[in-house]
Design a binder for this molecule. Structure first.
Ligand SMILES: Cc1cc2nc3c(=O)[nH]c(=O)nc-3n(C[C@H](O)[C@H](O)[C@H](O)COP(=O)(O)O)c2cc1C
Length: 320
């Protein structure tokens, strides 16, 4: 055996093992993962295994209008879809597990939500330290509440959460996300809108999150980690979006039930209700957005303590 090989084998037990579970449709989330994990790159003290979750039947990109809104009821209701086979030994040890996902309709995207319901995950995540990583438009609070509930059920420890969002005004990113998912246009929609998604600046600074995580992983303690991540901007919470999401999270399950009463995924019978939702949702956001923005400016004055408490709650990792 070569000297280098024997040193490698000797050090193997000291090596920290990281698993990254993720789903990405267009690659935005993978860029955020790579940017965050930069400090681990080419560092032989860590081994990183990537597990890309794929649905058996891929979602279309760009989405057609009907396909996009037809995914709404099952996403909100957490109905799993069949996944492509994945290569995972659930009994393998990992020091740290990342779960990287996008919110869809204020809930966890179907592929990751389906993965969290597999029997393998129950074994894999039990007593594991988990960090969630989200890259989305700007509304992730509802999805993360559902993620916390899953992790609690799976007896995993959520020790960190990092979010990457599109920081444009809400109505601007509403237009650009729809152009992105329905038309496949990311850059300058109609020549006037900004590029959709997470900014290059945020990606270039993401290695700072990785440094914090590396420090805590090495110390074997995650106490204070989220607070440190927060000072670097890991939890993007805006008052107007918090109020807006609250409305959506109350109404979405009702509308999802209204659609599924007519039929299952893709069925002809529910198409009219799906299409109505496809008009009501953007129109609702368009009308509510300015009203809620005004309310969100008043809320910190009128209900200062309650508002502050809400922001603090969503900036930490336990479930109320
Ligand atoms: C069906 C669907 C629903 C979405 N719903 C939300 C949402 O509720 N909140 C949000 O911030 N982004 C939402 N997005 C945007 C995604 O979070 C994400 O930005 C986009 O899918 C690109 O991610 P990817 O490149 O990693 O696939 C949605 C996207 C899709 C396709």
């Amino acid at each position: 055996m070569h000297y280098q090989q024997s040193v490698f084998l000797l050090l193997l037990p000291l090596m920290k093992k990281i698993l990254v579970i993720y789903y990405t449709q267009t690659g935005q989330l993978k860029s955020a993962i790579d940017a965050t994990l930069k400090p681990f790159e080419n560092d032989s003290n860590y081994s990183i295994k990537y597990l890309k979750v794929e649905p058996k039947v891929a979602y279309p990109y760009p989405w057609s209008y009907t396909e996009f809104f037809d995914a709404f009821p099952e996403t909100v209701q957490g109905v799993p879809t069949e996944l492509a086979p994945f290569d995972l030994d659930p009994s393998e040890h990992f020091d740290l597990v990342f779960i990287a996902y996008q919110p869809w309709f204020l809930s966890i995207c179907i592929p990751i939500n389906s993965f969290l319901q597999t029997p393998e995950v129950a074994v894999l995540l039990k007593n594991k330290n988990v960090i969630t990583l989200i890259a989305c438009r700007n509304m992730w609070l509802g999805g993360q509440e559902k993620m916390k509930a899953h992790l609690l059920r799976l007896q995993a420890n959520l020790v960190g959460n990092i979010t990457f969002v599109d920081k444009s005004a809400n109505l601007v990113s509403l237009v650009t996300v729809l152009a992105f998912v329905l038309k496949g246009v990311k850059e300058k929609f109609m020549g006037i809108f900004p590029k959709y998604g997470v900014s290059d600046k945020d990606l270039s600074e993401a290695h700072l999150f990785g440094e914090v995580i590396k420090k805590h992983l090495n110390a074997g303690s995650y106490e204070g980690q989220q607070a440190e991540l927060n000072t670097l901007g890991a939890t993007n919470i805006r008052g107007n979006l918090l109020l807006m999401e609250g409305r959506g999270r109350a109404l979405f399950p009702l509308y999802a039930r209204y659609i599924t009463k007519k039929g299952g995924k893709g069925s002809e019978e529910r198409k009219t209700r799906v299409r109505i939702f496809g008009i009501v949702l953007p129109t609702g956001i368009l009308i509510l957005s300015p009203i809620i923005t005004i309310l969100s400016r008043l809320a910190p004055i009128l209900f200062r303590k309650k508002f502050q408490k809400e922001i603090e709650y969503y900036s930490q990792n336990s479930l109320r």
